[in-house]
Design a protein around this ligand. Structure first.
Ligand code: ADQ
Length: 471
């Protein structure tokens, strides 16, 4: 493998997207702005200490860019053609793997051309990572778009230490085996030295799969391949920059904005809040339907309560997502229409993306955060809400099917498939005594502050770094 003569990093992150967005400044010139995601925040210190590089797509098709420096990190853009965006990203990643890994809540589409594009793009990412990695470097591959990269990279560069983290659930064998390319994906992942999952259950699903379907030896969390390579599979529940969110929510500007939001909503007694990417896995329809019924039945008084649902536009070129958007538009119209009154509507729906400050203001303003996914790897929104609380107030309603439910045991849990359960839990969370809410919130806050994103990155990287002891 020909090494890059310009870039040689000892810590390399490989992800579908780069941590920077292109912006056009006031004078018309083009600049890059670091996107404020948790992963970047968590990895920044490691990146800076280790001459880190980040390999990923920059977001615009049919464009090849040279590597560049941004805030102490070497950015290595990987090009994608328009056709590859359609087949590798929107197709195989988001219309095959995404629904398959989320309990098949929408039917996955299997197309051989999409798979071919997935293999081609994964190889490109692996080759680029191999070119920019120093001898013995640590490479951390992220997420379902790049599951073949670990094996491809190990073949190119056996000297590297390779980690992989899956941000979404890993399905039970019974579902995974629908995938025509199940063997290639499992072998792709096993190229890593350490495969991280959000939950122990996901790691167990993966271990059970490889034990049943591949000729490998599995003992506890270790998989030994015929060539002697050992891959470990373990859970590392991801988190957020808890302190960063907390401090942001306490700034005078955000506090003032949070009060303003409540005033603009007509100073309701109870403000419910939902915040999601507009995705069919998030259970948005289920929660709105539950709220609508509570209002229609007079169990919640629209003079006293308001539900703010924020939905970030997402994957709008994938059919399933366009369809969902129409359905939600209709549902919102119906619920507000049925409330049939002049003045404030019970449901406020915002189809937009907001800066972190505005998100923190909304989390602070809300009384009841409603998180109801049908299946979710973790769900950072639940943790962000908890981190933004000013003391032990507020209530978190949380689906049992979100990874976050594994740690946030004191939330008001619901089964998102059971509308009556959502209804009675929304009522309870809105009307429960302050003492009960405080007791729950105290435990939740401790959990979120003790286990932040640095804790997540440090535990994964120190396990990856540790020598595998012989059995
Ligand atoms: P997502 O499916 O995107 O992530 P989530 O974990 O909730 O889900 O993260 C969403 C992020 O987007 C949050 O940080 C939130 O603040 C932000 N966001 C949502 N709506 C927004 C809006 N309108 N404006 C601005 N920001 C908004 C995937 C997996 C999850 C897993 C994460 C991390 O599906 O299960 O928790 O990766 O591993």
């Amino acid at each position: 493998m020909e090494r890059d003569t310009e870039v040689s990093a000892s810590f390399v992150v490989v992800a579908n997207r780069l941590p920077v967005d292109r912006v056009v400044t006031d004078d018309g010139s083009v600049a890059w702005r670091t996107s404020p995601g948790g992963l970047v925040t968590a990895l920044e210190p490691v990146m800076k200490k280790n001459e880190g590089a980040w390999v990923g797509w920059h977001g615009a098709p049919d464009e090849t860019l040279d590597p560049f420096e941004d805030g102490g990190i070497t950015i290595v853009p990987v090009p994608l053609s328009t056709n590859e965006v359609a087949e590798y990203y929107e197709g195989f990643s988001n219309a095959t793997l995404w629904p398959l890994y989320h309990d098949v809540v929408a039917p996955p589409a299997f197309h051989r051309e999409w798979w071919d594009a997935y293999v081609r793009v994964n190889r490109r990412f692996a080759e680029r990572a191999a070119q920019v990695s120093d001898t013995g470097a640590t490479v951390w591959v992220q997420d379902y778009q790049l599951q073949l990269v670990p094996q491809m990279l190990r073949e190119l560069r056996p000297d590297l230490r390779i980690g992989f983290f899956l941000h979404i659930p890993f399905p039970p064998v019974e579902l995974f085996q629908q995938l025509p390319w199940r063997r290639q994906i499992s072998e792709g992942l096993l190229g890593a030295d350490l495969i991280g999952f959000q939950l122990p259950g996901a790691a167990q699903n993966f271990l059970r799969l490889v034990r049943q379907r591949l000729s490998v030896q599995v003992r506890r969390d270790r998989v030994t391949l015929p060539d002697g390579h050992v891959a470990r599979a373990k859970a590392y529940p991801i988190s957020i920059d808890s302190r960063g969110f907390h401090d942001l929510a306490r700034t005078p500007e955000v506090t003032a904005r949070s009060h303003e939001i409540r005033r603009d909503l007509g100073s309701p007694k109870v403000m419910f809040l939902g915040v999601d990417r507009l995705d069919y896995t998030k259970g948005i329809k289920q929660r709105l339907r539950a709220f609508g019924e509570l209002v229609a039945e007079g169990r919640l008084d629209p003079d006293e309560v308001v539900f703010v649902q924020v939905a970030t536009p997402s994957r709008e070129r994938v059919e399933e997502y366009r369809h969902l958007r129409d359905e939600i538009d209709m549902l919102v119209g119906r619920i507000n229409g049925e409330a049939g009154r002049i003045g404030r509507s019970p449901l406020v729906y915002l189809h937009a993306s907001f800066p972190r400050e505005e998100m923190a203001a909304m989390y602070s303003a809300a009384d009841v955060m409603v998180v109801t996914p049908l299946r979710d790897g973790m769900n950072l929104v639940a943790k962000e809400f908890v981190a933004c609380r000013d003391g032990d107030n507020g209530a978190l309603v949380l689906s049992e099917f979100a990874g976050a439910a594994y740690e946030l045991k004191q939330a008001y849990k619901i089964n998102p498939y059971d509308i009556n359960d959502i209804k009675s839990t929304l009522e309870l969370a809105a009307n429960d005594s302050e003492a009960n809410k405080a007791r729950r919130m105290r435990t939740l806050r401790k959990q979120v502050f003790d286990n932040d994103i640095s804790h997540w990155a440090d535990s994964f990287l120190s396990d990856l770094d540790a020598e595998v002891s012989p059995e």
